[in-house]
Design a protein around this ligand. Structure first.
Ligand SMILES: Nc1nc2c(ncn2[C@@H]2O[C@H](COP(=O)(O)OP(=O)(O)OP(=O)(O)O)[C@@H](O)[C@H]2O)c(=O)[nH]1
Ligand SMILES: [Mg+2]
Length: 373
């Protein structure tokens, strides 16, 4: 082993604290974050677990380079998967420490508050200690612009309507809790999207005591934000899933939203082709095929983002999806026809057919087209 690979972090017994860091395209931030953690965690039995979704920028290689030299640095690389929340869940489950802390890998969280969060949990003063930018002494000055401020504020306002506890910063990604508390909630977590703290609070079967600790939020120096429209929709869908107590799963909400976009595509393309002088039936068929392609593409990039199909699997997935939707359409027409014949009103018959088709399409898409490997 070369000298530079010599272990630096000799530790008698395993770590008592695991810091879980979800990261995607954060290669430039890994080494500085490790250095900051070394400084604040000095004298403690700790480790950092990076969970990277096979970032193209070489984040995993950077983590490995650190881990080869430092026993307190570990990494998990997930292939064909995406998602902050699910990354955190896997990181926590891979730890055997008593206390776990979660923080971003982009240096925006104020590492100097880490010990306060960990100690609050270790001392048993609360179930979860949350780094808050909205209590006295906290600051969210690092949010990139006015739009991000507005987004964050409205997200907080919305989340607060549904939370079982009072919390000024439910959107925070900087918090600590006992590992066994996390593990007890884990089977009920949605695991989708960005807001793992919110997921924890809304999924826990027993009320959690929360303590907020002021913290700052620094501007991002390297790398780019991954917060996009998809993440915001996932946030709304998470609330729907949790508020309906799992009756309406997050993925189903997304599937229906995509379905609406498909209807728009269907009508748009059909009208365009029809205006070009094509016979109505042919125009309708072309519109339907276009809708299926649009739906498949949106579902692949949004609804089933964590199971996204690529290359040949994507082409095969499209064929399967079209077959599934065709059966759904036949069932739709069949049921509507049957109900109409049994003297149901036109709207009732039509709605029943449409609901059946949506549920069928969703069930088949989840189990056949985007099945978990
Ligand atoms: N493993 C994994 N990590 C992710 C994913 N998306 C984001 N992250 C990480 O989660 C952390 C927070 O993501 P950011 O994009 O910085 O989001 P944010 O801090 O809420 O938003 P900004 O204020 O715009 O930076 C960062 O460390 C990201 O690298 C993902 O799909 N998988
Ligand atoms: Mg960030």
């Amino acid at each position: 082993m070369p000298a530079t690979d010599a272990p630096e972090g000799g530790m008698a017994g395993g770590p008592l604290i695991s810091i879980i860091v979800p990261c995607y395209n954060e290669a430039a931030n890994v080494a500085p974050l490790v250095a900051m953690l070394e400084s604040v965690m000095a004298g403690r039995r700790w480790e950092v677990i990076f969970v990277d979704d096979n970032s193209p920028d070489g984040t995993t290689e950077t983590i490995c380079a650190q881990a080869r030299r430092k026993s307190y640095v570990r990494g998990i690389c997930r292939i064909g998967r995406r998602g902050l929340s699910s990354a955190v869940i896997e990181g926590v489950l891979s730890s055997s420490a008593q206390v776990v802390a979660v923080m971003d890998g982009d240096l925006q969280h104020d590492e100097s508050r880490l010990i306060a969060l960990i100690d609050a949990v270790a001392a048993g003063t609360c179930d979860i200690a949350v780094g808050s930018r909205h209590v006295e002494g906290g600051s969210n000055a690092g949010l990139a612009n006015a739009w991000r401020h507005a987004l964050s504020d409205s997200g907080i306002w919305l989340a607060q309507r549904f939370l079982p506890v009072r919390l000024t910063d439910p959107m925070s990604g900087f918090f600590a809790l006992r590992r066994d508390t996390f593990v007890a909630i884990a089977p009920h977590l949605s695991g989708a999207g960005f807001k793992i703290l919110l997921d924890l609070l809304l999924s826990s079967r027993k009320p959690l005591t929360v303590r907020e600790i002021d913290c700052g939020f620094k501007p991002r120096v390297a790398g780019e934000s991954k917060l996009d429209a998809v993440v915001m929709l996932q946030f709304a869908a998470l609330l729907v899933e949790k508020v309906s107590r799992g009756l309406v799963p997050l993925r189903f909400v997304a599937f229906c939203a995509v379905g609406l976009a498909g209807i728009v595509a269907n009508l748009g393309v059909m009208h365009l082709v029809w205006l070009c002088g094509v016979h109505f039936s042919t125009a309708q068929a072309i519109g339907t095929i276009a809708a299926m392609v649009v739906n498949f593409s949106l579902d692949n990039n949004f609804t089933y983002r964590d199971r996204r199909l690529h290359g040949r699997r994507c082409v095969w997935g499209l064929v399967l999806f079209m077959l599934v939707c065709s059966v759904g359409a036949l069932a739709d027409v069949g049921v509507a026809h049957l109900m109409y014949a049994q003297s149901y009103r036109v709207n009732e018959a039509s709605l029943a057919g449409a609901v059946l088709a949506v549920v069928w399409n969703y069930a088949m898409s989840s189990t056949i087209v985007w099945r978990t490997r």
